[in-house]
Design a protein around this ligand. Structure first.
Ligand SMILES: [Zn+2]
Length: 121
């Protein structure tokens, strides 16, 4: 079983991850707003403008990063929900406790290592 101190540490880690993912979304939003502004200034010849292509690449990358950050936030939210339900740190497949070392590395893990391997995750 996970010690109380270890659990408190993990709870703090979840909050920290949530805060940093939220900050990441905010900074990506700012980047997207900037790109949108750049684009708006020169939208007429976008297709033939090599810079337009670069902007599209940056845009796609920023959108991808934002999606990943939002996905992470929702995984953290789920983990916090499990925490409140008292099921955090319990493998959803075999019902055994997930080792704290794994939770430190992946605070929103829902399976123990062997079940995660079986599930192909
Ligand atoms: Zn398991």
């Amino acid at each position: 079983m996970t010690s109380a101190a270890g659990r408190a540490e993990l709870r703090a880690l979840l909050d920290e991850l949530h805060a940093s993912a939220t900050a990441r979304v905010a900074s990506i939003d700012a980047t997207l707003a900037e790109l949108r502004a750049d684009r708006g200034a020169d939208v007429a010849d976008d297709e033939h403008d090599p810079e337009g292509v670069t902007l599209s690449g940056e845009w796609a990358r920023a959108v991808g990063l934002e999606e990943a950050a939002r996905r992470e936030i929702s995984e953290i939210d789920d983990a916090v929900k499990r925490w409140e339900d008292g099921t955090y740190g319990v493998c959803i497949d075999c019902g055994r406790g997930i080792p704290i070392a794994r939770l430190r590395a992946r605070p929103f893990a829902t399976r123990c290592v062997s079940c995660a391997e079986k599930a192909g995750a």
